[in-house]
Design a protein. Structure first.
Length: 227
């Protein structure tokens, strides 16, 4: 999808869809993203969170609200109506992008509660049709070129065919699961993430190790003189 000034990054849409569940301060947001293990399915770095908050606040997608019990020391962020509209539009653009092979289906599912259930299911059904067309094209290409290309090319084509077949099956599974869901909304409801984790002891991603100050050449020379 082409990037523009109005386009959200992965971390942006994760922040907006998370704040759509409930207002949070920065630590709660980071804790919830760690709980969702976003690094391995959305390719997002936790270290980009505060830059994203600054960017989204400047754009008017989020705003500060009063903290718990009127605590003004914590910067609690809430989604604005403009931010919710932008997140919904971005999810739909992401889901209906021309190249369905690289559709971020996991990122879409994480924020799908922002859309009407029927719309979310319809998007998955359309994705299945797109993938079926791509599978037919990839299969025809392999059949027509298989005798004229080396093994590595056949492996690449087969990889794409296998990937498309799995994604078609997953689209069916996801659409069926969304239809059958008893309730429609964020999977944590309105419960604060800290209270949820304390109650359930659910695992979270390990915190990133703190990096010490960079050691320049001057420090290296100083250590050398001391040895």
């Amino acid at each position: 999808m082409a990037r523009s000034a109005d386009t959200l990054s992965r971390i942006d849409v994760l922040v907006l869809s998370t704040l759509a569940r409930a207002p949070m301060h920065g630590y709660e947001l980071k804790l919830e993203l760690r709980y969702k293990h976003v690094q391995w399915w959305a390719k997002c770095e936790h270290g980009h969170l505060y830059a994203a908050l600054t960017r989204l606040e400047r754009r008017g997608d989020i705003k500060h609200v009063r903290g718990e019990n009127g605590n003004s020391q914590r910067r609690v962020y809430a989604l604005t109506p403009a931010g919710q509209r932008r997140a919904k539009r971005w999810l739909e653009e992401l889901a209906t992008a021309d190249d369905g092979t690289y559709f971020d289906v996991d990122l879409f599912l994480a924020g799908a509660f922002l859309l009407d259930r029927d719309r979310a299911v319809a998007i998955l059904e359309q994705r299945r049709k797109t993938l079926q067309g791509q599978l037919a094209e990839a299969t025809a290409l392999k059949d027509s070129m298989g005798g004229y290309v080396p093994a590595v090319a056949r492996l690449i084509m087969q990889h794409r065919i296998d990937h498309l077949a799995r994604e078609i099956a997953f689209s069916d599974t996801a659409a069926e699961a969304l239809r059958a869901e008893a309730t429609w909304g964020p999977f944590l409801g309105q419960e604060p993430i800290g209270e949820f984790l304390q109650r359930t002891r659910a695992p979270v991603e390990p915190a990133a190790p703190r990096r010490g100050p960079a050691r320049g050449k001057g420090a290296a020379r100083s250590n050398s003189r001391q040895s």
